[in-house]
Ligand binder design. Structure first.
Ligand code: AMP
Length: 586
């Protein structure tokens, strides 16, 4: 079914948006002008994200403005003004310096959405160190992979997460020197310190050292199809993209109250759950709790949220419920809704219009791009099902590859191909940690290869079609099949495993594993449940397979690669395609 475009008129918008004419903005765009809208460190000492996000507001006219309102699961509310954030993040920066943590050192966090995490992120950036957030629902294995790959020396976490996930790994992480626990009064052991105690002893004065815009700032792990997760490195210059997308896509105005529902363990939760709103000096709502429809509507009402950034899985969950949000809640302050992370069904865009009174603005980007690259803008017509138009300053195209190393840019509209971007936007990742080769492979003939398949219509709108590789998107989170297969194969009963994303109406894709067993092992239901439990314990609920199916053989190429595409085609009852490289015994 085709959906009617959603037109915008100035009268239909509650607040005049930050730009009206997309083409005009693109024509006169320059990143240098964006840079001029930021402050820069005093005395020409460079560009530091935390200065732009906190100190310049604290020292300027917005010092008393509410920067972060934190909503705890137990109904506690904690407020931090920009001045408070400056002090607290300075304490954290000082305590890092006291521990000998230097510029460029990576500092990891493994925690839910607690205030300490946000303060630490800003303090880490102030110190010139690199913020590396990990998702708290990861099991010990993904945590280990990331901490060891990142040579973590410092980790901020909670007592419970430490006991459950770090203690079993401690011997495998000899380089981990300092664990900072957010919720203990006293140090637990050597190197396992009480964060409150260290914070109390630290000074609230901190002068941000010179920071080159190319200094590393953030490290986000993302999954690949082959091998273990890759660490995408971002630099302080990324703040230009955070600022610009805050202005043009999220359309921040000085009095906005913004709520991004993403967890900082994923890139959206850092770029937009921390940096972009603070850089604009608006109020940033942080909810500690997980999805809960009534709680969410209550937050929108009680906190008078004006701009809301969420994800398709959450929207689909809301759509399923028989609630009448506009009748039951006062959502009159809400003026913009955005979504990212996975395809947003056109019905969801229209549902937003009908049930919430506002369309949902889809946008597209990746861990590697560091910020929104393709978007639906407040002043621009929405075509439901489309990701929108490239950000001003970003060139996107569709390519075809007639041979492995030749690129043909597709000019005709409606042709399916690979989505590529012209490198050069400020938040582009600068490399994968310790993995130059994998980084190089992302570029071809002057384009960055996103790994997504898409098409562009005659007016330049991009439409997402799928991934070009086997990466799974479940509830908006990337899962690398290799990581899951490796853990399943650690079980003594398993000979081989192949993992795919199985389409699911609610969470996009669910992780499904096909497992072949060692000779003599019987494929019982009990074993299936045991394997699901085994994977859950090691990988955590966000990554572990939800379905396991036994197969006599997992199809492989003659060179031994699991043919996940074939598994998927069989699962979906689709044509099997070219299976000429399939192993002989299949
Ligand atoms: P991540 O690096 O975890 O943020 O995942 C990035 C990937 O998520 C993209 O390459 C897409 O495959 C998918 N993705 C993100 N946003 C969208 C969107 N708006 N529509 C469709 N897919 C999306």
């Amino acid at each position: 079914m085709d959906y009617e475009p959603i037109k915008k008129t100035l009268n239909s918008l509650a607040v005049p948006p930050n730009f009206l004419d997309y083409n005009q903005i693109c024509d006169r765009f320059s990143w240098e002008e964006v840079r001029r809208e930021l402050d820069g460190l005093p005395a020409g000492k460079g560009l530091n994200i935390a200065h732009e996000a906190v100190d310049r507001h604290a020292d300027g006219l917005r010092g008393n403005r509410l920067a972060i309102r934190w909503l705890g699961t137990d109904s506690t509310i904690l407020d931090f003004s920009y001045a408070d954030l400056k002090k607290e993040s300075s304490r954290f920066a000082n305590l890092l310096a006291g521990l000998g943590v230097e510029k460029g050192d990576r500092v990891f966090s493994l925690a839910g959405r607690i205030p300490e995490l946000y303060i630490a992120a800003l303090g880490i950036l102030k110190n010139g160190s690199v913020f590396c957030p990990l998702f708290s629902a990861f099991g010990p294995e993904p945590v280990y992979q990331r901490l060891s790959k990142g040579n973590a020396r410092v980790l901020l976490t909670t007592r419970a997460l430490y006991k459950k996930k770090i203690v079993p790994l401690r011997e495998r992480l000899p380089q981990l020197q300092h664990v900072l626990l957010t919720d203990v009064e006293d140090d637990l052991a050597e190197g396992v310190r009480s964060l409150p105690k260290l914070m109390a002893a630290a000074s609230t004065d901190f002068s941000i050292p010179s920071t080159d815009p190319e200094d590393p700032a953030l490290l986000h792990f993302t999954s690949g199809t082959t091998g273990m997760p890759k660490g995408a490195m971002h630099v302080h210059e990324a703040v230009l993209t955070h600022y610009l997308t805050g202005k043009y896509v999220l359309d921040f105005h000085p009095e906005d109250v913004f709520w991004c529902t993403a967890d900082p363990g994923w890139v959206t939760g850092t770029s937009y759950g921390i940096i972009a709103p603070l850089v604009h000096g608006v109020t940033n709502i942080i909810d500690e709790a997980d999805f809960d429809a009534m709680r969410w509507y209550r937050i929108l009402e009680e906190q008078k949220v004006t701009v809301w950034y969420t994800a398709p899985t959450a929207i689909r969950r809301l759509m399923r419920l028989d609630l009448k949000p506009r009748q039951e809640y006062d959502l009159s302050k809400l003026r913009l809704i955005h979504s990212v992370g996975e395809p947003l069904n056109p019905e969801a865009v229209v549902w937003g219009q009908q049930v919430l009174g506002l369309p949902i603005h889809d946008n597209w980007w990746q861990t590697e791009t560091g910020g929104i690259m393709i978007a639906n803008y407040p002043s621009v017509e929405i075509r439901p099902g489309s990701m929108g138009l490239p950000l001003p300053g970003v060139e996107a195209a569709i390519i075809r590859r007639p041979s492995k190393n030749t690129v043909n840019v597709v000019e005709e509209p409606g042709v399916e191909g690979e989505l590529v971007l012209k490198p050069g936007w400020p938040s582009m990742f600068r490399g994968y940690l310790h993995d130059k080769q994998r980084y190089r492979k992302c570029f071809l003939s002057g384009w960055y290869l996103t790994g997504d398949l898409a098409k562009r219509d005659e007016d330049g709108y991009f439409w997402f079609l799928g991934r070009a590789d086997d990466i799974i998107k479940t509830s908006g989170h990337m899962v690398g099949p290799f990581e899951v297969e490796s853990v399943l194969m650690e079980h003594p009963a398993v000979a081989e495993a192949g993992v795919i994303g199985k389409p699911d109406p609610l969470i996009g894709e669910l992780v499904k594993a096909f497992v072949s067993l060692k000779p003599g092992v019987k494929p019982t239901n009990r074993l299936r449940l045991e394997l699901i439990g085994f994977a859950r314990k090691k990988l955590g609920s966000a990554v572990a397979p939800k379905e396991i199916e036994f197969q006599e053989n997992v199809p492989k190429t003659r060179s031994g690669k699991i043919m996940r595409r074939l598994l998927k085609a069989r699962e979906l009852g689709l044509p099997e395609g070219d299976i000429s490289t399939l192993e002989a015994d299949e």
